[in-house]
Design a protein around this ligand. Structure first.
Ligand SMILES: Nc1ncnc2c1ncn2[C@@H]1O[C@H](COP(=O)(O)OP(=O)(O)OP(=O)(O)O)[C@@H](O)[C@H]1O
Length: 256
């Protein structure tokens, strides 16, 4: 997956300017940077989630497996099936644990030989099966915050995406639940590519193969601040030997 010269607007406001990034398969890429630099905006553009925000507009090229995802003939629902998303706050449906996982395959009309097996394998892949296998009919809302987030990951995996986008998936979790999700991410990258937005630099350093650092620049003559990509490199390089002073200031905690 790649974006090239991407600008993203909300109405007249240019939130993100000139972003070019290539995401590796079976890799975890972290998007980091100070608040308002456009990380979530970029993430949402990768599976056309911005389509759902009134006034949001993407210019430039975003391709997935060589195909332009904003192409006229492309079905955004299919894009979102292949490029799934996990949100900041776990948002299980008010349904049973089983039905949360089965929901996506059912509504997308996926051909499934055994729904029971698909539910089990998705819950296993999300490291939740052992905790819920005896209460699959209970409501997903009855689980702990960390379990709910893993349920949302299972729900995302169930439709067999190629890429999983994660928007600060651990920000409302305690440190133990956070480490659990990070371990899970390491396992998931065997089968999926992952792009994660995180405020937590240690988290980026722990999980990501590559890291993109963004900042926000003030536009001349207006108070608007537009997000730009400063540097994109292997995570170790970003943290140990960044090329740009702004990256160094941010990762060393001097700014942001
Ligand atoms: N739905 C929206 N409508 C209008 N403007 C928006 C919308 N979402 C974000 N913005 C603006 O776009 C800019 C980038 O926001 P975005 O949420 O992508 O940044 P971020 O880096 O993810 O921030 P944070 O780390 O605080 O979540 C900000 O100026 C924000 O106010």
């Amino acid at each position: 997956m790649a974006c090239e010269d991407v600008d993203i607007f909300y109405g007249d406001f240019k939130a993100v300017s000139n972003v070019s990034l290539q995401f590796g398969f079976n890799e975890i890429t972290a998007l980091i940077g100070p608040s308002g630099c456009g990380k979530s905006t970029v993430l949402r553009s990768l599976n056309r989630m911005n389509d759902l925000i009134e006034g949001a507009r993407v210019e430039g090229t975003i391709t997935f497996r060589g195909e332009e995802i904003y192409g006229k003939k492309v079905d955004p629902i299919e894009v979102r099936r292949r490029i799934g998303m996990v949100f900041q706050k776990a948002n299980p449906f008010p349904k049973s644990i089983y039905d949360n996982v089965a929901y996506g395959p059912r509504v997308s009309g996926m051909k499934v030989e055994s729904m029971d097996e698909l539910v089990e394998s998705s819950l296993r892949a999300a490291a939740l099966w052992d905790e819920v296998k005896d209460k699959l009919k209970d409501s997903g809302l009855g689980l702990s915050g960390g379990q709910q987030q893993r349920l949302c990951i299972a729900r995302t995996i169930a439709v067999r995406p190629d890429v999983i986008l994660m928007d600060e998936p651990c920000s409302s979790l305690d440190p133990i639940a956070t480490l659990r999700i990070e371990d899970l991410m390491h396992e998931l990258k065997q089968d999926f590519s992952i792009v994660i937005v995180t405020h937590n630099m240690q988290q980026a350093a722990r999980v990501a193969d590559r890291t993109a650092f963004f900042t926000a620049l003030s536009a001349e003559g207006s108070g608007d601040r537009t997000g730009v990509l400063v540097e994109y490199a292997p995570t170790r390089k970003i943290f140990d030997d960044p090329a740009d002073q702004r990256t160094e200031d941010y990762v060393s905690g001097r700014f942001g």
